[in-house]
Design a protein around this ligand. Structure first.
Ligand SMILES: NC(=O)c1ccc[n+]([C@@H]2O[C@H](COP(=O)([O-])OP(=O)(O)OC[C@H]3O[C@@H](n4cnc5c(N)ncnc54)[C@H](OP(=O)(O)O)[C@@H]3O)[C@@H](O)[C@H]2O)c1
Length: 272
């Protein structure tokens, strides 16, 4: 029997600077291939995730589209994020990529479309014209909101027109990017934390494990709670049915100020 989903109205929403809202916890889909992606997303939707983080680069959008179609969940209950492939920064290529994403997912618009990476080393300033194209896609209704990923504050300052509503960056306890977080807060840009568990490596940290034991929670739940209490939006990925459910079950406990401080002190930016 399908697991009972949590009441999705309990998932807090982040208000974006363009006035739209984003569920404050999403499901990551990188490294989920073929039927594994379809099964994992089916499970995620069953247990209550409504925010899916996707990308052309992950080469699994058609499989995710099958899970979406079979779920029967209304489009307006979902928050779907896609990303321009790092090689598709030219406006015509970005448009083709977005159209393919929409076809593969079986939807007529995304909720959030991101430039996956500025790609300066390979493509110079192409990210700037790509941003102009994303504003057109938004005006045409192909995506509700637009944002960036892996951008520094300087990359963002170089963009013309409206500001991105989201910057999706690597962020987890041992790489917690306090400076970038402050810069994004100043610009009212919401931060989405990718690799929020440190690709599982932060889960074996002794401090995290001790707090988990005290709280009667898993290390992953403690780390996800740390993101939420910092106002961040984590997008954990798992292919395991139980972990998929556990990673969403983080809205009924709180870390103390002291526990938050202990996890904050794990930041080791140079080791990453
Ligand atoms: N914008 C970008 O450039 C970018 C880059 C990287 C990632 N992302 C996005 O961020 C998402 C998440 O990042 P990520 O996949 O790199 O790393 P992550 O979510 O930090 O960690 C995923 C790893 O943790 C394991 N895991 C998940 N839940 C667990 C739990 N409760 N207990 C123990 N282990 C657990 C998973 O293994 P199992 O699957 O075996 O459970 C997997 O190995 C990606 O899927 C993608 O959507 C974006």
């Amino acid at each position: 029997m399908a697991a009972k989903g949590r009441d999705v109205t309990q998932i807090p929403q982040v208000r974006l600077s363009d006035g739209h809202q984003m569920p404050q916890l999403g499901f990551g889909t990188w490294d989920l291939n073929g039927e594994v992606a379809q099964r994992a997303v089916t499970r995620a939707l069953e247990v209550g995730y409504r925010h899916l983080d996707m990308a052309t680069l992950y080469r699994n959008e058609a499989w995710i589209g099958r899970a979406l179609a079979a779920s029967g969940i209304a489009r307006n209950e979902l928050f779907l994020t896609g990303k321009v492939h790092p090689d598709d920064l030219a406006p015509a290529a970005a448009r083709r990529a977005l159209e393919t994403t929409l076809t593969d997912l079986g939807v007529d618009h995304l909720d959030l479309y991101l430039i996956h990476s500025p790609g300066v080393r390979r493509y110079g300033n192409a990210y700037i014209t790509c941003w102009d194209a994303l504003q057109e896609f938004r005006d045409e209704g192909l995506t509700t909101s637009i944002g960036v990923s892996n951008f520094t504050a300087d990359h963002i300052a170089a963009l013309h027109g409206m500001a991105p509503v989201v910057n999706q960056v690597e962020l987890h306890p041992t790489y917690s990017q306090p400076e970038l977080r402050a810069q994004m807060a100043d610009r009212e840009i919401a931060v989405v934390s990718y690799s929020p568990l440190g690709q599982a490596s932060d889960l074996t940290d002794q401090v995290v494990q001790q707090i988990a034991e005290t709280a009667g929670r898993t290390p992953a739940q403690v780390v996800l709670r740390w993101h939420l209490q910092h106002g961040l939006t984590p997008i954990p990925k798992s292919s395991h049915p139980q972990r998929i459910a556990d990673n969403l079950d983080v809205f009924d406990f709180e870390l103390s100020r002291e526990q938050m401080g202990l996890i904050d002190s794990l930041n080791r930016p140079d080791v990453d």
